[in-house]
Design a protein around this ligand. Sequence first.
Ligand code: NAD
Length: 485
Amino acid sequence: MALKCQPTASHFIDGEYIEDTDGKIIECIYPATGEKIAKLHSATPKIIEMALESAKHAQKSWAKLSGTERGRILRKASDIIRERNRELSVLETYDTGKPLQETLYVDATSAADALEYFGGLAGSITGEHIPLGEDWAYTKRIPIGLCVGIGAWNYPTQIACWKGAPALACGNSMVFKPSEMTPLCALKIAEILIEAGAPKGIYNVIQGYGDVGAKLVSDPRVDKVSLTGSAETGKKVYSSAALGMKNVTMELGGKSPLIIFDDADIENAVSGAMLANMYSTGQVCSNGTRVFVQSSIKEVFLKRFIERATKIIIGDPMDEETQFGPMVSEKQRDIVMSFIEKGKAEGATLAFGGNIIESSGWFIEPTVFSDVTDEMTIAKEEIFGPVMSVFDFENEDEVIARANDTDLGLAGGVFTNDIKRAHRVVDQLEAGTCFINSYNDAPVEVPFGGIKGSGVGRENSKAAIEHFSQLKTVYVRMGNVDSPY
Ligand code: NAD
């Protein structure tokens, strides 16, 4: 299949597309139909070497530009992305299977937001002056150096920019490795950055499976690693980075709670639960998949959720009416189906969906379990698919304890009309990102990331600047040196 804006080779290094057919084959498959849309090659040692050397070399002069000069290029790239939003959204839909109705509004646009926001901040990345009587000190925020970004498959364009934009704004260079499941979109970002005037080599993209990611992480030339992926991969990458004393940002998985109290606006709570479980066919790290509903409203909540879930338009992701696409891959569909089977076997009530939708793609139905108890597998493990588990609860203290009873801590939400309770509850939730009467909003101005097993560091907002730069302190003595020797 010829895509309108398909990248022309597997890798983008030092300002140009490059191929090395000796690398392992990566088949790119359109999840909605199972069609092969591109054949790429995993990076060979030669490609990895080229990418790292080019980025190492480019970083020095990139860091010497003023922040405003760097920012101007990022903002230009943002403008180009917005102009090409439709074709980039179509590519994202081919890469992931997510409906165009989503990708037109969420993917290239959030990438553009990140480039615009960090481009705007780049000129304001400064240190401070610290008066010490006659003497004084100052700090500078300096780049970390050569950064590696490794992406998951659910938001390939967004992840490429959530990592790339703050890294470049701070004067770093980046070698980005997309997920092997969604290799196409990041290549377009690299191409657009060059078109916007970025120097060659400051943002290289190479393809590969986990072994390529592992080689990048352990390379001594690399100063920082930012991973978006599963908690399991996070542990491997974090420990490998630790051996080289590298900086890390870890954006990992979640099993987040969404708590709905009996005074909540039911329609809003249902909307929140829909967004927290069905958007992107449930393939969102921060999803609120453990939905705790106060017993007195459980039946009405479930009834209304199912009425609305019945109307979700499932089908061809390229049709802008479609609201719900396939899973990203056959493997992910099978993983999700095995969780659904476990839910049934362990005694949860299948309240809605639960089946594969017969087609050439990897569609499954939006699925709801009720009567889920805390020890069930579907209550404990990240499913990463459109499977919502509904739990009953009686009171606030009980639900907070149960919501926090997980090793993960990415997100959490509460629906209530009691303003004091809303803040009291989120205050106690062990999660990096919380929502009150909403779910899954992630504007670039706001820090995003997890605590506990869900990660280290933050993406987006001014917080990301701290994670892509480091402080240098300079002490200045104005008088004589008072030495006892
Ligand atoms: P994954 O962990 O399987 O893979 C993520 C990336 O890591 C891929 O590019 C993969 O090739 C690479 N990788 C695998 N093994 C590696 C190794 N040993 N060294 C270096 N790199 C390696 O995750 P996935 O299946 O692509 O994505 C789904 C997971 O990502 C879910 O757990 C989801 O919650 C998480 N996620 C988190 C966020 C967040 O911001 N917190 C966002 C999206 C997805």
